[in-house]
Write a protein that binds this ligand. Sequence first.
Ligand SMILES: [Fe+2]
Ligand SMILES: [Fe+2]
Length: 151
Amino acid sequence: MNSRKCSDELDVGIGEIDAQHHHLANFINALAAAKITGTGRKQLSLMLDELAADMAAHFAFEVEMFEYTGYINAREHKRSHSKLLQQLGKYRFRFRAGDDVLDVVVDMLKTWLPNHIKHDDAKYAASLRDVAISVRTSWKENKNEGKSSVV
Ligand SMILES: [Fe+2]
Ligand SMILES: [Fe+2]
């Protein structure tokens, strides 16, 4: 998963969210690269913890957007986030305990992230844009009807 591919195919068209997705994709690649270049287990474990924390922060940001827009598929989408964090938690535990699961985690994330962006995040991004359009439209209507005023 390179960031160019992420940019071309996986952007959902909302700058802040796309930036967070790029950060996560780059982080996954950095973790894979760190293993190849012989980074120690302790450092790799810290990276894995930081990646999980960044993913959780990104998911929390998305949930805020769901609440803001009243997104209809929020529950299903949140379930997908929770499941991933649970899986990641189990792998982090196993890695700390000495299991050689880093390649498995990286492969899992390299599959999960683009799939999730393409199939789940793209849907709520579309609904977020719809809300933004309707806010703009109602603002214009209010303005035309003289309901807006500058205090
Ligand atoms: Fe996302
Ligand atoms: Fe998501």
